[in-house]
Every structure is written in C-alpha cells, then in structure tokens.
Ligand binder design. Structure first.
Ligand code: NAD
Ligand code: UGA
Length: 477
C-alpha cells in the first residue's frame, strides 16, 4: 500500500500540529484533519488558530488548502485515507469504575466505531492518543466485530512525545519516533508504511519499532519519568527552604552527573498540563488492576508530591501576608500551565487562585495568551467553587501586566513567561500597596534587584528570613 492520503481524527493540540508538520514534510501526501467540533475546525481554517504554538501559524499557512485540510466531514476523510491517526482526547474518567484515575476511552471507541462504519478499503489505523496498555486490542476488537467482508485493518501504536510551547520544534527534530505493531507479515508492512511517512524528515535510526504493548507502555512510562523528576526536585525544594540549601545549586550539582542529566530539574509550583497527572493516574490504575499495589503506590507518590508542592506554595503566600488575605487584592502573573502556550489544563495557577479565593482574596489576573473567557470558565468550574457568582465578582482579568498591579498587596508569578522578567518593576512597585510582596513560583525573576527596589521576595527552594528577604551566602555566615 502506498500512502497518498492521511486522515487524522481529532484536531487538538496533538492532531493539529502533528498533521501540519506531516503535510509540510510530505508534499505528496494529502492530509485531512477532522473533528466533531464545528467551532474548532472553523478556527483551524481562520487566521486565528484554536491553539497558540510558536511556529505553527507559518506551517499551517504554507500547507493549508494545498495538501493540508481541516474538515468536519469525518466520513469522507476516513473513506479516502489509507492511514488514519486517532488523536482524540483520553481524559481521566469522571464517573463510574476507575473514576478519577482510569483513562476514559469513549472518544477512542467512537472514533474506532466511525472507522468501522465508513471504511470500504484496507486501512492502517494508528493510535496516536495516549492510551492504557492493550488499548489497541480493544480497537481491533471493535473493528473486527464490524468488519465488512473485504476490508482489512492493521492497528499501530505511535504515541506522541511533543511538549506544548515547543511542539513544532519537537516534531521537526524528534528525539525518536516510536511505532509499535504486531509481529506478523502484515503488521511489519504497516510499520514500514508509517515509518516511510516519518522518514521524509526523520533519520531512520531515530525510528524505533517495538511490539504494540511496549509502545503503549513506553508513552505512559516517559511521562511518568519526566513528572517524577519534577516531583523529586520539588520535594528537595522543601528541604532547601528548611535548611539554607538553594535548590538551583542542588539541581545544577546533581544534573552535571551525566548519568542524571540536567533537564527537567527546574523546581516550580508544581507541574500542570493535560497529561502528566492523567497518564500517571492511569498507570496507577493499571498497576492496581494487575495486583501490583507497591508499584501503584510508588507512582501515586509523584502526584501526591505535586499536590503538596502546589498547596505549600499557596499556603506560603497566605502566611507571608500576615496570615490573612481576606479582602486583599493580589495580582496573578501567568495562568497557562507553562510559557508559550495558552493551555490551562491542570495549570497550577488554578490551585493557587482557588486557595486565595477561598481565603477571601480578590484577584487581578494577567496572562499574555490565555483568553479571558477561559480563565473565567476555569475558576468558576464546579470543581473549583460552589459559588461561581462570588468568584466572578472577586476576579478581574487584565490585558497587560502594569494595569494588573494597581493597588495590589502582592504579585504571585505562576507562569514563566519571558516578558515577566523584563517588566519595569520600579514602576510596578510604585503602584502597589506597601509592603509589596512578590512570590516567584518559577524562580525566573531578578530577586536581588527586586529587593533593592523594596519588594519582599519569596521563591521556591531557597531559605528566607522573616521579612521575606533572600539570605545571601555572605549574610548567613
Ligand atoms: P484535545 O482535547 O486538544 O483534542 C482532541 C480533539 O478530539 C478535540 O478537538 C475533540 O473534539 C476531538 N474528538 C473527540 N472525539 C472525536 C471523534 N469521535 N471524532 C472526531 N473528533 C473527536 O486533546 P490533545 O491535547 O490533542 O490530546 C490528544 C491525545 O494526545 C490525548 O490522548 C493526549 O494524552 C495525547 N497527547 C497530548 C499531548 C499534548 O501536548 N497535548 C502530547 C502528547 C500526547
Ligand atoms: C509533556 C511531555 O514533556 C511531552 O513529552 C508529552 O508528549 C506531553 O507531556 C504529553 O503527553 O502531553 P507538556 O505537558 O506539554 O509535555 O509540557 P512539559 O514541558 O513537559 O511541562 C509540563 C509541566 O511541568 C509544566 O507545568 C512545566 O512548567 C512543568 N515543569 C517542567 C517543571 O515544573 N519543571 C521542569 O523542569 C519541567
């Protein structure tokens, strides 16, 4: 089979960027990204794409309506394609068995059923969504049970490793492409076909092929390992604050060991994003189901440490502001779960805002890329408040940092946007209530300069004296 047409079901953070890059690098393949959401598809076809991702606009502009199409006509795209990516969401279940832990596979199942209904020719179906181990078996079962006489399917696992904010670079220069499939002749052929697509720009030696279950588990494992590093350094940030060690120095010293490496050792207010928590909870659930309670408990601790870190930071704000934030106005800098994205899924900023709102604070919120409506929806969600009206009155959302600081008692930096480093903090200080506090949840600001202006500075993983001034090595002697 020669791949001339690809269909991708799910036009989200993965389906959109991944297929845009495939279209860019494979001009002879016609790529159609489909979605149930009419609004999302019309945004993909507009000048304002539904997601903010550096470099994405350029890639889409180069290919859209040439060999890259966004459509709600799911059936036609499936019918025409030889290869179909399933890139739908796999959120944590919010009901029934496995609630709060297992992955909800209803969107994967509905995509599989749609393929089974429509397909009239042989298809390679590629699981790109992150799924539990052996999910491919369920997809095969659905397709097999609805098989039309002469249609044959091959199921591959091809998990995605891109990170938001760097997605285009991650896709163009992937560390590895992982393809899992069946060890049969037709399975090997399907692996070759998908591998051929990637070989348009990825060197062959970086394309790793495994059996299907290894591929599915490797994706969960990679996210679990990454998150584990963050929880590890965050756990040590608490030790640093209690002892006088500096977590940046510790991370550097540890990371210089080539066996450990320096990446993903940035202490923070905790990790966010749509996947780390979801995928580890899923891993924990799988381990429990396999009667491996010790393994489940081991990975659960990565999540528990992250919760602890988010709460620890929120509590520190309250303690420093004389144990009461009631009716105090506080500025939140950054709401996205990391810089260079407008995504707020599982952002630690929600935990911080929720805690402060519960204590009676009023919030001025500013993020360079997150829509105002999204912030409102997140903070009035039933999981955050049972009084959405109260929250609506207690928060104001701003279009720039300077307006957001007027008459506030503190700035809480939740996202490491570059622009926060270069603001005119002297001007900001003059607009704030005194004493003025800064809580740097990302360790990106110039703390010494801020102190010289007059700010009381608190950060992660560094011991502070009572007034919140950073103790330098010299003053501790
Ligand atoms: P998303 O919510 O942004 O997008 C999923 C899209 O699928 C939505 O637009 C939804 O409308 C659509 N959809 C759902 N069911 C459908 C159906 N039956 N037919 C057509 N469209 C349907 O999700 P995402 O962030 O792109 O994540 C997708 C998957 O990729 C998840 O399994 C996630 O774990 C994994 N993943 C995500 C990232 C990331 O950075 N976001 C990275 C790697 C892997
Ligand atoms: C993560 C993985 O990095 C991707 O490989 C994976 O494909 C993706 O999840 C997924 O499966 O969805 P993403 O969540 O987009 O990507 O972003 P990361 O850069 O991993 O950051 C996740 C969170 O960890 C952010 O809140 C970030 O601020 C935080 N983080 C990251 C730290 O607190 N410290 C660090 O050192 C690194």
């Amino acid at each position: 089979m020669v791949i001339t047409k690809i269909c991708c079901i799910g036009a989200g953070y993965v389906g959109g960027p991944t297929c845009s890059v495939i279209a860019l690098k494979c001009p002879n393949i016609r790529v159609t990204v489909v979605d149930l959401s009419v609004e999302r598809i019309s945004q993909w076809n507009s000048d304002k794409l539904p997601i903010y991702e550096p470099g994405l606009d350029d890639v889409v502009k180069k290919c859209r309506n040439i060999n890259l199409f966004f459509s709600n006509d799911i059936e036609t795209a499936i019918d025409e394609a030889e290869l179909i990516f399933i890139s739908v969401n796999t959120p944590t279940k919010t009901f029934g068995n496995g609630r709060g832990r297992a992955a909800d596979l209803k969107y994967v199942e509905s995509a599989a059923r749609m393929i089974a209904k429509v397909a009239r020719s042989n298809k390679i179906v590629v699981e790109k969504s992150t799924v539990p181990v052996r999910a491919a078996e369920s997809i095969m079962h659905i397709l097999g049970a609805n098989q039309k006489m002469d249609v044959k399917y091959e199921i591959l696992s091809n998990p995605e490793f891109l990170a938001e904010g760097t997605a285009i670079d991650d896709l163009l220069n992937a560390d590895r492409i992982l393809i899992g499939g069946e060890c049969t002749e037709t399975g090997s052929n399907a692996i070759e076909e998908l591998s051929w697509v990637y070989q348009h720009w990825i060197p062959k030696e970086r394309i790793l092929t495994t059996n299907t279950w290894s591929s599915e588990l490797s994706k969960l494992a990679a996210n679990a390992f990454l998150a584990q590093r963050i929880s590890s350094i965050n756990s040590l940030s608490a030790v640093c604050e209690a002892t006088g060690a500096d977590v940046t120095e510790v991370a550097k010293a540890v990371g210089l060991d080539s066996r450990i490496g320096s990446k993903f050792l940035q202490a923070s207010i905790g990790f966010g994003g749509s996947c780390f928590q979801k995928d580890i909870l899923n891993l924990v659930y799988i381990c429990e189901g396999l009667n491996l309670p010790e393994v489940a408990a081991y990975w659960q601790q990565v999540i528990d440490m992250n919760e602890y870190q988010k709460m620890r930071f929120s509590q520190k704000i309250i303690e420093c502001l004389f144990n009461t934030v009631s009716d105090k106005r506080i500025t939140i800098f950054g709401f996205a779960f990391k810089k260079n994205t407008g995504d707020t899924r599982e952002t630690p900023a929600i935990t911080v805002c929720k805690t402060l709102l519960e204590e009676g604070a009023k919030l001025n919120i500013y993020d360079p890329k997150v829509d105002h409506q999204q912030i409102l929806e997140d903070l009035t969600h039933p999981s955050v408040t049972d009084s959405p009206e109260y929250v609506r009155k207690a928060i104001d959302i701003f279009d720039n940092a300077y307006d957001a600081v007027k008459d506030t008692y503190a700035i809480v930096l939740c996202t490491e946007w570059d622009e926060f480093v270069e603001l005119d903090y002297r001007a900001i200080y003059s607009k704030m209530m005194k004493p003025a506090y800064i809580f740097d949840g990302r360790k990106i600001l110039k703390h010494k300069e801020l102190q010289e202006i007059g700010f009381h500075v608190q950060t992660i993983g560094r011991k502070l004296n009572r007034t919140g001034l950073l103790r330098s090595w010299a003053t501790q002697q």
